[in-house]
Design a protein around this ligand. Structure first.
Ligand SMILES: NC(=O)c1ccc[n+]([C@@H]2O[C@H](COP(=O)([O-])OP(=O)(O)OC[C@H]3O[C@@H](n4cnc5c(N)ncnc54)[C@H](OP(=O)(O)O)[C@@H]3O)[C@@H](O)[C@H]2O)c1
Length: 192
């Protein structure tokens, strides 16, 4: 928990741990109904979402959600010309607390939607949970790892473990497409 916010991360990865292909695009093969249903249910409980400038959400209720779009094109916090409920945020110029306050959010659930730089930055802030979906039949050789600065051969699970998170049980979202979900939470919290 960061101050009074619950920080929840969400990613879907290929069997080889990638969130996007070698051209840095998220392929349709990763857009799987079972994960989309899980994701939409979760988003309906989020008070705000955060993502990098090249990510988007593309769900029916996206336009009504409070949103922070990370970009270095602004100094700190600025209105988003495209969406009324969204703000542009440069994390070097304003803290998460300041950005949330600018959205009118003093507490609540903040959903972190990626991509790699965004997921990495929130590793340092601290996740209350990171929900990692794996599409077991999709491979993205040479693709984009979940976390920026991932070392060669390091899986997203290795990175989460290194940052003090531990896995919960494996949930099967779609047996035919081998889609599984594991929610990672801070180890100390699991012992409480
Ligand atoms: N499979 C999945 O679950 C999943 C999830 C999310 C994204 N993706 C895919 O991953 C790819 C990359 O997404 P992305 O480019 O949005 O990821 P990203 O690496 O988080 O964001 C990159 C951009 O966000 C801004 N940014 C990042 N960190 C910042 C910081 N600390 N302060 C200020 N600005 C910051 C910068 O924008 P400026 O260049 O404007 O400065 C940077 O170029 C996309 O193809 C997306 O579809 C997949």
């Amino acid at each position: 928990m960061f101050l009074s916010y619950s920080i929840q991360g969400y990613a879907i990865v290929s069997s080889d741990g990638m969130i996007a292909d070698a051209d840095a695009m998220m392929p349709d093969a990763l857009k799987l109904d079972a994960d989309q249903r899980f994701f939409e249910r979760e988003m309906d409980c989020a008070d705000a979402v955060v993502h990098g400038r090249r990510s988007h959400e593309g769900h029916p209720n996206s336009h009504i959600r409070r949103r922070l779009v990370l970009t270095r094109k602004v100094a700190a916090i600025a209105p988003d010309p495209d969406y009324p409920n969204s703000l542009l945020w440069n994390a070097d110029g304003a803290s998460l607390r300041q950005a949330c306050a600018a959205l009118g959010l003093q507490s609540g659930t903040v959903a972190v939607l990626g991509g790699p730089e965004t997921y990495r930055m929130f590793l340092e802030i601290g996740y209350d949970a990171f929900h990692l979906t794996r599409a077991g039949k999709v491979k993205l050789p040479g693709g984009m790892p979940v976390f920026a600065q991932t070392r060669s051969g390091q899986s997203p699970e290795d990175v989460l473990c290194e940052h003090g998170l531990a896995p919960g049980p494996v949930r099967i979202l779609d047996e035919v497409n081998a889609v599984t979900l594991v929610s990672w939470r801070p180890k100390e919290r699991l012992r409480e």
